[in-house]
Design a binder for this molecule. Structure first.
Ligand SMILES: *Cc1c(COP(=O)(O)O)cnc(C)c1O
Length: 320
C-alpha cells in the first residue's frame, strides 16, 4: 500500500484533475452500481455532506438512536447542517421497525419539520442488517417520499458475511457512505456514492466543510489498493473475532453473539480497572468497560488474538 501511494499519479482534485482520485471514484461507483462516487477524508464528513445534500435547513432525518450519524458525530447534522434529527429506537438487531418509522414521519403542517430522509447503518455495531429488511425499509421510505442514506462505513463486513455482490448489499439506497480506513486498512478515506446530481450537491458541501483536497491521489492510491487486496480478507477478521469470542467464553467471560469483526464482552464493574491494567502490563491496550468492545482488523493476527485470550484467561484465573 505504501509503495502504491508513493507511485500514485496525482493532480489537483479541487479541479477534478487528480487521475488516481478519479480512478478510485470510477471503480467504486461501478462496483456499487451508482452513477458517481466522491472521495472524502473521513466518514463523518461524507455522512454530513450526504445529510446536507438530502436535507435543507429545517428538514428532518430519521435515524437510529444508536447510529453513528446521530450519536457519534457530535450532532453535526444539527450543529452545522441545521437539520433536525429524529432519533428512533433500534431493535437489538440494529433495524428500526417500519411501524416506528411510519409514526415518526411528520404530517405536512406548519408545526412540523419536513421529514426528508431515512438513514440506516450496516453493519451497525457489528450486526448485519438483513437484506430483506433493507429492501422493505427503503421501499417504505420511498413510498412516503423520503430519500434513503446508508452509513455503510462497515458495509464490506456485511458483504463478506452475506457473500453478496456489492450492488446487492446497497440496493434501494439513494446514497451510501463506505469507509476505506478502519477494516480496509487505508490511512484515510471514505467514498460517498449517489446519482450524478446528488454528488454534485455533496461536492459543494464537501468544499464548504473544508474537504477540498489537492494532490489526494496519494490517499486514493491507498483506497484502490485496499479495494483490491483487503476486501476478501475481511473473512479472516470475522474468523478471528469468533476465535476471540470463543476464547473469552472459555475464560468465563460473557460474550454477545458475534456476526462480523466486533466482539462485545461483559466485564463485571469490579474487574474493569484490574483487567485493563493486567492487559496493559502485557502490552495490550484496550478500553475496558462493563460492555467492552473489541474489534479485529488486518493488523490483528490470529496469534495476537491467542495472546489476548491468554491474557484474559490469566486475569480471570487469578481473580476467581
Ligand atoms: C467510523 C464510523 C464512521 C465515521 O468515520 P470517520 O472516518 O471516523 O469519520 C461513520 N459511521 C460508522 C458506522 C463508523 O463506524
Amino acid at each position: 500500500m505504501r509503495a502504491a501511494m508513493a507511485a500514485a499519479e496525482v493532480g489537483d482534485d479541487v479541479y477534478g484533475d487528480d487521475p488516481t482520485v478519479n480512478r478510485l471514484q470510477a471503480v467504486a461507483a461501478e462496483r456499487f452500481g451508482f452513477e458517481r462516487a466522491l472521495f472524502f477524508v473521513t466518514g463523518t464528513q461524507s455522512n454530513l455532506s450526504a445529510l446536507m445534500a438530502h436535507c435543507a435547513r429545517g428538514d428532518e432525518y430519521l435515524v437510529g438512536q444508536d447510529a453513528h450519524t446521530y450519536k457519534y458525530e457530535q450532532g453535526g447534522a444539527a450543529v452545522l447542517g441545521s437539520i433536525q434529527p429524529q432519533p428512533l429506537e433500534n431493535e437489538p438487531d440494529g433495524t428500526i421497525t417500519l411501524g416506528r418509522i411510519a409514526r415518526a414521519i411528520k404530517p405536512q403542517d406548519v408545526h412540523f419539520a419536513k421529514t426528508r430522509l431515512l438513514t440506516l447503518e450496516n453493519t451497525i455495531h457489528g450486526s448485519v442488517l438483513p437484506l430483506d429488511y433493507q429492501r422493505e425499509a427503503t421501499e417504505f421510505a420511498h413510498e412516503h417520499s423520503l430519500a434513503t442514506h446508508l452509513d455503510g462505513a462497515r458495509v464490506f463486513n456485511a458483504i463478506i458475511k452475506l457473500e453478496v455482490a456489492e450492488r446487492e448489499a446497497v440496493a434501494g439506497f439513494d446514497s451510501v457512505s463506505v469507509c476505506l480506513s478502519k477494516g480496509l486498512g487505508a490511512p484515510a478515506g471514505t467514498l460517498l456514492l449517489g446519482s450524478k446530481d446528488f454528488i454534485a450537491v455533496a461536492h459543494r458541501w464537501r468544499k464548504a466543510l473544508g474537504g477540498g483536497l489537492r494532490q489526494a491521489g496519494v490517499l486514493a492510491a491507498a483506497g484502490l489498493y485496499a479495494l483490491k487486496h483487503h476486501v476478501a480478507r475481511l473473512a479472516e477478521d470475522h474468523a478471528n473475532a469468533e476465535l476471540l469470542a470463543a476464547g473469552l467464553r472459555n475464560s468465563g467471560v460473557q460474550v454477545e453473539p458475534v456476526q462480523t469483526n466486533i466482539v462485545f464482552a461483559a466485564i463485571p464493574a469490579r474487574h474493569v480497572n484490574g483487567l485493563q491494567q493486567h492487559l496493559a502490563q502485557r502490552g495490550i491496550l484496550a478500553s475496558i468497560g462493563e460492555r467492552t468492545r473489541l474489534v479485529t482488523h488486518l493488523d490483528v493476527s490470529r496469534q495476537g488474538v491467542q495472546e489476548i485470550v491468554q491474557a484474559f484467561g490469566e486475569y480471570f484465573d487469578r481473580a476467581s
